[in-house]
Write a protein that binds this ligand. Structure first.
Ligand code: SF4
Length: 346
């Protein structure tokens, strides 16, 4: 077999390419190592206190002033899930105007209750749960007085509430913590769960109950009012800065210690190194393909890889979404943390 010798241009191209790939691969592994060394060692009340202080520094201290009696808080929480606060508060007001006594609400038809709370999400399901829950409580507590819950341990009180129709961990904890019972139970809604996952206090897929146990273990000696304040602060952070469809990390008071923010920084830096080394959209198809094969050696055919293909580095995942896609002069790297994806173009 005859091998032709590479000319000078080919040799230069090969050297440039190999240096670029080497730098990029080195960056991947160095950034993983640095990220692991700088990882915020989460899991204690001090960590949460630091998080609270950082958020308070931006939003100020905030505590709701009104506490409802436990039965009213239970009803309020039952209709408020997945609904904006202003909408659920107005629906609660209409409900207690229409049914001033709890036995009236217990005896109301599902259709009537549904009409009264029509603008909350799932009004039919919530109306059914309200009637069933009130009738079940009436059997053992006909005066609808739930103050006995304060004589139980928080765990037993949660268990008692959660055997009622439609009552999950968010409704049970808010009944104990937000109401005049003022018991130490941290309330985790969808905003707070998202922040805790992205921040790295719980794993990116942790469910509410796991997050609750983790937080309560870390904050075992926190007072009920402190837990309520943290709830308000984290919820505000989730509603305004760490939003479900976009995280504004540069404006976030906890970004220095947030794992998702570190992932995003790494992705941006990886992309900038890749672009600097000439592996971006201006590179030839051959060069991109060679680079991709060096970076992702397990992929037998980079050009046809699924847009969802990914490679993992420690607790981060770098998505090769549309990276080197044939027919497109677009390339990019995305870092995923939980349900948050940060994209960086090359
Ligand atoms: S730094 Fe970004 S991802 Fe982390 S909590 Fe703040 S907004 Fe959310």
């Amino acid at each position: 077999m005859i091998h032709s010798r590479p000319n000078t241009v080919q040799l230069l191209l090969a050297e440039t390419l190999s240096r670029g790939i080497l730098r990029l691969v080195m960056f991947f592994f160095c950034s993983c190592s640095v990220s692991m060394q700088m990882g915020f060692d989460l899991g204690t009340g001090d960590d949460v206190a630091l998080m609270r202080d950082q958020i308070t520094g931006q939003f100020g201290s905030c505590l709701p002033v009104l506490r409802l009696e436990p039965m009213a808080q239970l009803v309020n929480s039952l209709i408020s899930s997945r609904t904006r606060d202003a909408v659920s508060s107005a629906a609660f007001e209409r409900l207690i105007c229409a049914y001033p006594q709890w036995p009236d609400l217990a005896a109301a038809t599902v259709d009537d209750v549904q009409r009264t709370i029509a603008d909350v999400t799932f009004p039919d399901v919530k109306a059914r749960h309200l009637g069933e829950t009130l009738r079940r409580i009436a059997v053992c507590h006909p005066d609808f007085d739930l103050s006995f819950l304060s004589s139980l341990s928080v765990t037993d009180a949660l268990r008692w509430l959660e055997q009622l129709p439609g009552v999950g961990r968010k409704v049970s904890t808010s009944t104990l913590n937000f109401s005049t019972l003022c018991l130490p139970a941290f309330v985790i809604d969808t905003h707070i769960l998202r922040v805790l996952r992205r921040f790295g206090f719980v794993s990116p897929n942790a469910e509410t109950r796991i997050a609750y146990e983790t937080m309560m273990t870390a904050m075992a000696d926190w007072r009920a009012t402190d837990l309520l304040e943290l709830h308000v602060l984290l919820k505000r952070l989730g509603q305004t800065i760490c939003r479900s469809n976009q995280a504004f990390c540069r404006r976030c008071p906890v970004s220095r210690n947030c794992k998702a923010a570190k992932s995003a920084d790494n992705a941006a830096e990886i992309a900038s190194v890749a672009a600097e080394t000439g592996l971006g959209k201006t590179a030839s198809a051959d060069k991109r393909s060679a680079a991709a094969k060096a970076l992702f050696p397990s992929s037998s055919n980079i050009a046809r890889q699924s847009p969802r293909q990914s490679i993992s580095f420690g607790n981060r995942t770098i998505f090769t979404r549309r990276l080197f896609q044939p027919g497109h002069e677009r390339a990019g790297i995305a870092a995923r943390h939980g349900n948050l994806i940060h994209r960086s173009s090359l």
